[in-house]
Write a protein that binds this ligand. Sequence first.
Ligand code: FAD
Length: 278
Amino acid sequence: MSTQKTFSFELFPPKTDKGFEKLRATVLTLNERRPAFFSCTYGAGGSTRDNTFATVDWLRSQDIDTAPHLTCIGNTVDETLGILERYKHQGINRIVALRGDRPSGTGVGGGDLAYANELVALIREHFGDHFHIEVAAYPEMHPQAPSFPVDIDNFCNKIRAGANSAITQYFYNVDAYIHFVKQCRQRGVDAPVVPGIMLITNYSNLARFSDACGAEIPRWIRKRLESYGDDSAGIRAFGAEVVTRLCEQLLEAGAPGLHFYTMNQAGPTLEIWDRLGI
Ligand code: FAD
């Protein structure tokens, strides 16, 4: 397999000491595979701020390439710039720049910046080319977008504002990804769009997440998962088969890498990684 492709892992900031202990073990195991970077999520409005900082601090103490997520909604420009300064001083040179959602589930109101393209422009204005900026992409359309073409235009504006590449919301429909990338290329945007890969290990959690973020679980996958009931080993085996095939098809279709939503667990991600022979 081509070594040009970028493989990365996403973490979320744990809330407890036990969670941190588990995260450290997960990262040390996954880091043996030499990913391009680990990203760490950030709760919109700063809700996970301290735990995100603690996670990022530990990753940097291990000299691990780290890409903190940063949301702009609900924050002042000064707060946002302060966080970016902190990261710059830690030797961080990659950021995942996002709008985030308000607790109501919408992005409306609050803070100095309304959309992710404004955050991207702010980073470029104050930090030049210091940061490699990743932004979010939605092959199945962002749930609040008025239409697919408008959403793709908005995505392209983030790249034009200075983002280098994108990571997608997860999806299980390869054609949606291929179509999205084609639409970007038709608009003259050729930034790499790396698929975000959500592992399938638990049906009820996946169904809940998917309803919230607008990612579709195809009917045949839902039906198969439902049929396993409480058989978690069956769900994991079926999930690994589906996700491995998805990754293979994406890489064959030219995806420039894969970004795994690890959910702070090493095992399920490594199973896919090994099956793919990365
Ligand atoms: P934007 O790109 O700003 O888009 C949001 C909506 O507004 C879209 O419907 C878009 O079409 C529209 N829009 C964009 N620009 C404009 C404009 N100028 N005028 C009018 N409409 C516009 N959330 C977190 O809270 N923390 C995280 O760490 C986090 N990490 C994520 C990582 C990835 C890879 C992804 C895919 C999502 C992540 N999210 C995270 C969720 C994300 O914050 C939400 O999906 C949020 O609703 C949109 O963020 P965005 O950066 O895509 O917003």
